[in-house]
Design a protein around this ligand. Structure first.
Ligand code: UT7
Length: 336
């Protein structure tokens, strides 16, 4: 068999209908539209309601990616869901729920836990299955419902995080392209800077952990900011160099949409124009594993990804984790 390349043949996007503006949050905590916009660039975000959960968002995004790629459900070999907010804390995995919901009868299914880097970790993992010739169709989804784990009395976190899902249908191709190089990284010594302290095997749920709000996100914003503006930029530079490129050779960088200030600072640190970094954080907030595929979808919709384009992908977040990749775009999926 000749070389096999992973082609993104379809993208999918889903955010819940419930929109929460900065003004809405200002009615809950001591904050303002002006503070949120000037520190983060966010103006509104979407939150799940009622029965909605990570798997229901993931399935909707996955369904669109599958349809756009023109792939049948029973052709999918594997579904990988990157998430930190699975429907159930232990099992079944969110990928299994999506597998059932979409009727992916032949597919293996598992979750990846790498926080906001998860989708890029997933895309890189999926590409290996295709490059080895093992699989032809792999569905990769990034989905999170962080609003379920935010303390709405903590103004330093509740204005940042939000919900959504994005998906990419990878199909094996003989045409060179797809993943050219990547860097996966982690620094577990920084784990405490962005953490949900209870609910796992170290501190299982008790009345005390619930009362102390230990099931919600605790963040050292300044440390996370310092990390986010330095380490991932270096990893992007290294991934580009591994592909024989410089960052300025890229036609677009689709990075984790945490915050506009982070994206601006990363661009400055890399000595490239700000608009090399795609932005849609203003409408969606920080959707964790969903943010890179939500941004890829919008970049595609805005025709920012031309056939043959060299695209930088960059995830970074809790763990601490980061993942960067250089991707050669094959052609435009017919959506959105
Ligand atoms: O996927 C990665 C996820 N994490 C991130 O993206 C977070 C990275 N960190 C950041 O982006 C920034 O650190 C924040 C946006 C979280 C905070 O911005 P900052 O400029 O670093 O603010 P700060 O933490 O230095 O706080 C400045 C002030 C404080 O008041 P005092 O102590 O100076 O009186 C905060 O209490 O801003 C206050 N503050 C707020 N004020 C109004 C914090 N949150 C808010 C808020 N509204 N929502």
């Amino acid at each position: 068999m000749g070389s096999r390349y992973a082609r993104i043949a379809g993208l999918g996007q889903y955010v819940p209908p419930h929109v929460v503006t900065n003004q809405d949050l200002a009615r809950l905590v001591d904050t303002s539209d002006e503070w949120i916009q000037s520190r983060t660039g966010i103006t509104e975000r979407h939150f799940v309601e009622g029965d909605e959960a990570t798997s229901s968002m993931a399935a909707r995004a996955g369904c669109e990616a599958l349809a756009t790629a023109g792939a049948r459900a029973d052709e999918v070999d594997l579904v990988i869901v990157a998430t930190s907010t699975p429907d159930y804390p232990l099992f079944p995995s969110t990928a299994c729920l999506v597998q059932a919901s979409l009727g992916l009868t032949r597919a293996g299914a598992y979750d990846i836990s790498a926080a906001c880097s998860g989708f890029v970790y997933g895309l890189i993992t999926a590409s290996q299955f295709i490059a080895t010739g093992a699989y032809e169709h792999v569905l990769v989804i990034g989905a999170d419902a962080l609003s379920r784990f935010v303390n709405f009395e903590d103004r330093s976190t509740c204005v940042l995080f939000a919900d959504g899902a994005g998906a990419a249908m990878l199909v094996a191709s003989d045409t060179p392209g797809g993943l050219l190089s990547f860097v996966l990284g982690a620094d577990g010594t920084g784990g405490e800077h962005l953490i949900v302290p209870a609910g796992g095997s170290r501190r299982p749920p008790t009345a005390e952990t619930v009362g102390a709000r230990e099931h919600s996100i605790h963040m050292n914003g300044r440390e996370v900011y310092r990390f986010s503006t330095t380490v991932p930029a270096d990893a992007l530079r290294r991934a580009a160099a591994d592909a024989g490129l410089a960052v300025e050779d890229l036609s677009l960088v689709v990075a984790h949409q945490a915050n506009v200030r982070i994206l601006q600072t990363v661009a400055r640190n890399l000595n490239v124009p700000e608009d090399l970094f795609f932005r849609n954080v203003e409408r969606f907030g920080n959707t964790s594993a969903a943010s890179v595929p939500l941004a890829l979808y919008d970049a595609c919709a805005q025709r920012r990804l031309k056939p043959g384009a060299l695209v930088g992908l960059m995830g970074f977040g809790a763990g601490l984790t980061w993942a960067t990749a250089i991707w050669r775009w094959h052609d435009l999926p017919s959506n959105p």
